[in-house]
Design a binder for this molecule. Structure first.
Ligand code: COA
Length: 391
């Protein structure tokens, strides 16, 4: 079953940070076998923001190529999903107004529910476009995953923003109507207002993720969703990429299905390549997985893809879509790969210093020297007003 009006992702782009930390470095300094990170967690590196980068600079960099290509004439709504908010009241996407020349005739709002919020944004966008198919919605999922130094979560940190233009008659992915949801009040991962890093019960979060995934799938099927064997690929929320195989295995077990490991790898691994080197990007991670799938798979035209979104706390959603014929012409594969390769390696001592600086937010006036080579930067916070600059 599909939406009466064909709605989905018309364009998708991403941005990450200036710095990268190789997890071999982290393993050496922590006295951990690097295989734990590479094989156990499925992570090779993590993106680290420069002192003058945050979710706004990444969001602007992700959205800019989309707006340059499509303009803003039909853009009516901008939804920025994040759990790394820079303000308790003002929506971060409002800072994009001058940076991206957004029209004043747009509604702008920020959404939060741990790593799930971008999926809520996608569902809200479908509703808006169903009401008026001429409207376009820009969704930006942007997060910096930051855990305490020396904690179990530390090797799974990372940062990225994924921007998606959602329209009628989309060029890349047409979304199906059925959706399966699951929610419960669980204290597996949260970040109280006074903290810059998350509080996490890692083991509980993994268990809850797996339960929520199979429950969301059951609800998806109960609402008329496709059968498992109709899918060519599965994109999972990726706090670390080993989670994709783990979650798929769990889903199969709950359905009483047995697949060899190489068959599981064939349907999930292409969607993990970018996440493996960028790290967790919370609500952006599922959509980074889609980007990875699009950039690393052989022809997907007409193929169905399943998506599993999970946000601790917890909300989970399973939904699906079909890749549109000719989608490859709309990808930015070379740019995406260049951006990842162009990150600057950061030394371990400098990484710890940057982490500590971020953990102590600016409470007096702060001025930031230029650190990033990215297209947008945070220049100052004066009288609690953030100021950004297009470089
Ligand atoms: N070689 C290969 N694999 C190794 C290894 C080695 N030398 N040492 C450990 N591993 C494997 C473990 O067997 C384990 O595999 P499994 O998940 O299949 O059981 C995996 O590496 C992780 O090891 P573990 O000891 O469980 O890691 P940890 O206690 O250090 O923490 C998390 C793992 C995920 C709990 C931790 O990174 C965390 O808290 N992350 C943040 C929260 C999160 O990502 N939650 C996920 C749901 S949202």
């Amino acid at each position: 079953m599909i939406n009466a009006v064909s709605i989905g992702i018309h364009d998708i782009a991403f941005a990450t940070t200036h710095y990268v930390l190789d997890l071999d470095d982290l393993a050496r300094h922590r006295g951990v076998d690097p295989a734990k990170y590479h094989l156990g967690l499925g992570q090779d590196a993590m993106s680290i923001p420069a002192a003058d980068e945050d979710i706004v600079t990444m969001a602007a960099a992700a959205a800019a190529p989309i707006l340059q290509l499509h303009g803003t004439d039909n853009l009516r709504t901008v939804l920025l999903a994040t759990e790394t908010a820079v303000d308790q009241s003002k929506a971060a996407a409002l800072y994009l107004h001058p940076l991206l020349n957004l029209p004043s005739t747009t509604r702008i709002v920020e959404l939060k529910q741990a790593c799930y919020a971008a999926t809520a944004a996608l569902q809200f966008a479908i509703g808006l476009i169903t009401r008026n198919p001429a409207d376009q919605v820009l969704i930006i999922a942007a997060d910096i995953a930051r855990y305490d130094l020396d904690s179990p979560g530390e090797p799974t940190q990372g940062a990225a923003a994924v921007a998606m233009l959602v329209t009628a008659d989309p060029a890349i992915l047409q979304l199906d109507s059925p959706s399966g949801v699951y929610s419960d009040d669980i204290m597996d991962f949260w970040r109280p207002n006074h903290r810059s890093t998350a509080v996490v019960d890692g083991e509980l979060s993994v268990r809850t993720y797996l339960t929520a995934t199979s429950q969301a799938w059951a609800d998806y099927r109960n609402n008329g969703g496709r059968q498992l064997d109709e899918f060519s690929a599965f994109c999972y929320h990726l706090p670390y990429t080993a989670m994709a195989r783990k979650a798929h295995k769990h889903l199969l077990e709950t359905l009483g299905i047995e697949w060899p490991n190489d068959r599981i790898a064939a349907v999930v691994d292409a969607g993990t390549r970018y996440n493996r080197t960028i790290g967790n990007s919370y609500t952006a991670s599922l959509y980074l997985s889609l980007l990875s799938l699009l950039d690393h798979s052989s022809e997907l035209s007409g193929r169905a893809v399943a998506f599993f979104s999970y946000g601790s706390g917890c909300v989970s959603e399973c939904f699906s879509g079909t890749i549109r014929p000719g989608y490859r012409q709309h990808l930015r594969t070379a740019d995406n790969q260049h951006q990842i390769a162009a990150r600057t390696p950061i030394s371990y001592p400098r990484y710890r210093a940057v982490h500590t600086e971020h953990a102590n937010p600016c409470i007096a006036d702060c001025y930031f020297d230029q650190d990033t080579a990215g297209p947008y930067r945070l220049t100052e916070i004066v009288n609690d007003k953030r100021r950004y600059q297009k470089i």
